[in-house]
Design a protein around this ligand. Structure first.
Ligand code: ADP
Ligand code: MG
Length: 201
C-alpha cells in the first residue's frame, strides 16, 4: 500500500484568522500538491448548513446537517485524497462541531460536546494534526466588524464558551493539537503555520 496523506485542520473561533492563512497556504508553492478544503463544504449539504446557520433552524437539526456535510466531505474528498497519498488541509473540521455545537446544544444534553463526539465515532477521520488559532474573543470579534447577526456582546460571550470547548479538546488530546497565538500579524500567523506543517511532515 502506498503511503497515506496527512490530514491537517485549522481550528479556532470566528475571526481568529484561519481562512486568511488557508488562502495564503493554498497560494504557497511549497504546498502546491496539497488539497485545500473547508467545512461547511461547497456541496448542496454544505449550502443547507449555511442556510441553517443563517436562520432560526433548530440547533439539533443544524448539527445533523453539519454531520451529514462532514460525512459527504469525508467520502467524496477527504478519504480518497488521503488514500491517494495527498496531504489535505481543511479550514474547520470536526473540532469546530465539538466546540460550537457543544455550545449551541447546551441544555439539550448533559454533556453536549461529548455527545457530539460520540455520534462521530466509527466514521469520522481523525486529523493527524490540528492547528488551533487561539485568540481572545474580544479581539476576534473586533476584527470581524459587523460579520454575523449577533450583537457584539452576545457574540463575545458565545465565543468565550466555544474557546473553552476548544481548550477542553486540547486537554483531552494534547498530542493532536498545536496552538498558535493568533493575536499577531497575518504574516506572523502564516509563517508559524508554514513552519508547523513543514516540521510535522
Ligand atoms: P476566520 O476564518 O478564522 O473566521 P478570517 O481569516 O476570515 O478569520 O479573518 C477575519 C478578519 O480578520 C478578516 O477581515 C481578516 O482580514 C482579519 N484578519 C485575519 N488575520 C488577522 C491578523 N492576524 N491580524 C489582524 N486582522 C486579521
Ligand atoms: Mg473562516
Amino acid at each position: 500500500m502506498s503511503a497515506k496523506g496527512k490530514l491537517i485542520t485549522l481550528e479556532g473561533i470566528d475571526g481568529s484568522g484561519k481562512s486568511t492563512v488557508a488562502k495564503r497556504l493554498a497560494e504557497n508553492p511549497l504546498f502546491s500538491d496539497f488539497v485545500f478544503t473547508r467545512e461547511p463544504t461547497g456541496s448542496w449539504i454544505g449550502e443547507a448548513v449555511n442556510r441553517a446557520i443563517h436562520s432560526d433552524t433548530d440547533h439539533l437539526a443544524e448539527l445533523l446537517l453539519f454531520a451529514a456535510d462532514h460525512a459527504e466531505h469525508i467520502s467524496k474528498l477527504i478519504r480518497p485524497s488521503l488514500e491517494s497519498g495527498k496531504n489535505v488541509v481543511s479550514d474547520r473540521y470536526s473540532a469546530s462541531r465539538y466546540a460550537y455545537q457543544g455550545m449551541t446544544l447546551a441544555g439539550r444534553f448533559d454533556d453536549p460536546l461529548k455527545w457530539i463526539q460520540d455520534i462521530h465515532r466509527g466514521w469520522t477521520i481523525k486529523p493527524d494534526l490540528i492547528i488551533f488559532f487561539d485568540i481572545d474573543p474580544g479581539i476576534a470579534v473586533s476584527r470581524c466588524g459587523k460579520r454575523g447577526d449577533r450583537t457584539k456582546f452576545e457574540k463575545i460571550v458565545f465565543l468565550e464558551g466555544v474557546r473553552e470547548n476548544y481548550l477542553r479538546l486540547v486537554e483531552e488530546d494534547p498530542d493532536s493539537f498545536v496552538l498558535i497565538d493568533a493575536r499577531r500579524s497575518i504574516d506572523d500567523n502564516e509563517k508559524e503555520v508554514v513552519d508547523i506543517i513543514q516540521s510535522f511532515l
